[in-house]
Design a binder for this molecule. Structure first.
Ligand SMILES: [Zn+2]
Length: 156
């Protein structure tokens, strides 16, 4: 299986390696003994991530996507992989490591606005809330509805 990377995927792969975000992701994978394999679009996919933090079913550091689930469960959710791939592009656009504080500010902003770290977080909205497993809140329910909570398979 030798599928050639698109030019943009190749650029992202090289850039996220150079800006040290992918090396950081690989370090996290190694430190947590998370097994990684080559994924689509130049991504590196890790499965069976165990540590408690971050509280998410999946998260992306540079081109490295770490899933709590196993490979079969992730293979059944291509839209989640697409969502995480958009985060890899966001790392690239943020020049790598500045993505982290920018994302934390965005998540805090979203918490203040709606009580949930993703639903009004521009990074998550642009990566696709539904693809990421987030269910948008229903605004029009009489009496209001509680904020949507993370499901175990939500990602961060
Ligand atoms: Zn996301």
């Amino acid at each position: 299986m030798t599928r050639k990377l698109s030019r943009s995927a190749r650029l992202r792969q090289v850039w996220n390696m150079a800006n040290l975000s992918t090396p950081l992701g690989l370090l996290v994978a190694a430190a947590t003994r998370t097994r990684v394999v080559r994924g689509p679009e130049g991504l590196v996919l890790g499965f069976g991530y165990r540590p408690r933090l971050p509280r998410a079913g999946a998260f992306t550091v540079g081109n490295v996507v770490l899933f709590r689930a196993g490979i079969a469960d992730v293979a059944a959710r291509p839209r989640l992989v697409a969502h995480e791939s958009r985060h890899a592009s966001q790392w690239a656009k943020c020049l790598g490591l500045p993505f982290l504080p920018a994302y934390l500010v965005a998540a805090s902003w979203s918490m203040l606005r709606c009580g949930h770290p993703a639903l009004q977080n521009p990074f998550e909205v642009r990566a696709g809330l539904a693809d990421g497993g987030y269910r948008p809140r229903q605004h029009d329910r009489p009496g209001g509805s509680p904020p949507t909570r993370h499901r175990p398979d939500d990602h961060g």
